[in-house]
Design a protein around this ligand. Sequence first.
Ligand code: HQG
Length: 192
Amino acid sequence: MNDVKLSKRLALVLRHRPDSIGIDLDANGWVPIHTLLAALDEHGISCTRADLRRVVANNDKKRYEVDETTDRIRARQGHSVEVDLALEPTVPPPVLFHGTAHRNVSSILATGLNKGGRHHVHLSPDRDTAARVGARRGAYVLFGVDSAAMTSTGQTFWRTENGVWLTDRVDPRYLNLDAPEQRPVPHRQSQP
Ligand code: HQG
């Protein structure tokens, strides 16, 4: 399996469907590397320790984290299965960004940003990153998020180790649609 496919499979297993290869994640999302490799092998996916290390190290968004002491691996964020990432609430920069498909705009302006299938709403620290997130699904728009105002009302934010800002919900009053001319040209981004 090439590295891109392997990385996508890891995302599936470590965030959404550990059962697809018959493994469990612990409460914090970790699985022993030897357990993962054995389960992948049993399901016909060839992956050596070296392959795994390469995919983790080269991953464009540092999606995976290895704990050297306990020899375990987990996804840093993006889970749909129940996990506690044990992140500390953190004060965000005053403005964050969210890129989304153009077709979502009217719904978002009406009801705000909702977490959908994920555990949190994901926000980006800069326009470039938000543009890449939005452009995954074609024509996109950028929202500025008034995180300073949200923080002042006591809303909690967390920052993942790979720099994604998380919160539970963004009410429409804290969203500003970015003017189209301010949109950066996105760079295609693919795993790993
Ligand atoms: C949209 C990728 C209509 C929201 C990326 C988004 C990111 C609404 C979609 C990370 C809505 C959910 C997260 C509403 C939210 N009406 N649409 N009220 N509220 N939405 O993929 O933020 O590759 O679950 O705008 O790079 O796009 O997984 O979230 O378009 O960092 O590592 O609902 O996923 O990283 O889509 O992306 P997603 P996202 P990874």
